[in-house]
Design a protein around this ligand. Structure first.
Ligand SMILES: [Fe+2]
Length: 233
């Protein structure tokens, strides 16, 4: 992880080849300033479901969004249902969990690629999956795309989400080999100790959504944690 002095510096660093994939800026923002700076620096990823700056507060009565759940978030990439690939997003930690819950967790996709058996990897590269969300109002046309897409010999995109709301569904084919590949990835992510970052209040972290899966630990009961999330260009 790399520390930066301001959002613009962090974003510029994220475009360089040597960027480690996660950056941090510690600075207090109002919602308007946060929005306006991001709009000016990079602009926002087109999305028909969430606000440009999504205010994520936890709600014990929610039933549709895992982001608002108190449970731990399993490893995933954001916007897995989107036709256009989301490359980067930011999280701003406006208010922390009072009891040290909600620690950010990350697993580099490369760790998975280093271990995955070839037969499973080929399924991820060749079979198109969709991450359609049951009962969703937006995202009427979820992407049908391989989980692992190579943009060049070294540059890839990874789409992943598997939780109690959404899971990868093979579009045309369905067989035991596909199930085995999905199960292997899921077990790998469950059994791998992630990188962890305990965000401080007013931290903004920028994450490479192609090369890192992310999640968080569970929140404490009645946590008042608030995170602002923005999908950016
Ligand atoms: Fe996420």
């Amino acid at each position: 992880m790399a520390r930066h002095g301001c959002l613009r510096e962090m974003y510029e660093a994220s475009k360089k080849d040597d960027w480690p994939g996660i950056g941090i800026v510690s600075r207090k923002f109002s919602l308007k300033t946060f929005h306006d700076e991001l709009k000016d620096i990079c602009g926002f990823f087109p999305d028909d479901t969430f606000d440009t700056i999504r205010i994520i507060a936890c709600n014990p009565f929610q039933s549709t969004s895992i982001a608002e759940s108190f449970d731990a978030h399993p490893m995933h990439t954001d916007a897995s249902f989107s036709v256009e690939q989301l490359e980067k997003f930011v999280l701003h930690f406006k208010r922390l969990d009072e009891n040290a819950g909600g620690v950010s967790t990350f697993i580099p996709v490369q760790w998975l690629l280093d271990k995955i058996p070839q037969k499973h990897k080929e399924i991820l590269e060749q079979v198109k999956f969709t991450y359609a969300r049951a009962g969703s109002k937006g995202n009427s046309k979820p992407a049908a795309a391989p989980i692992l897409q190579w943009k060049s010999a070294i540059d890839y995109v990874f789409r992943w989400r598997l939780d109690d709301k959404v899971r990868p569904l093979a579009m045309d084919a369905h067989d035991i080999d596909i199930d085995n590949a999905i199960n292997w990835v899921n077990q790998f992510l469950i059994n791998t100790t992630p990188l962890m970052y305990r965000a401080q209040r007013d931290d903004t972290i920028l994450i490479d959504n192609r090369r890192f899966l992310h999640g968080r630990t569970a929140l404490s009961q009645s946590s008042s944690r608030i995170v602002w999330r923005a999908w950016i260009k």
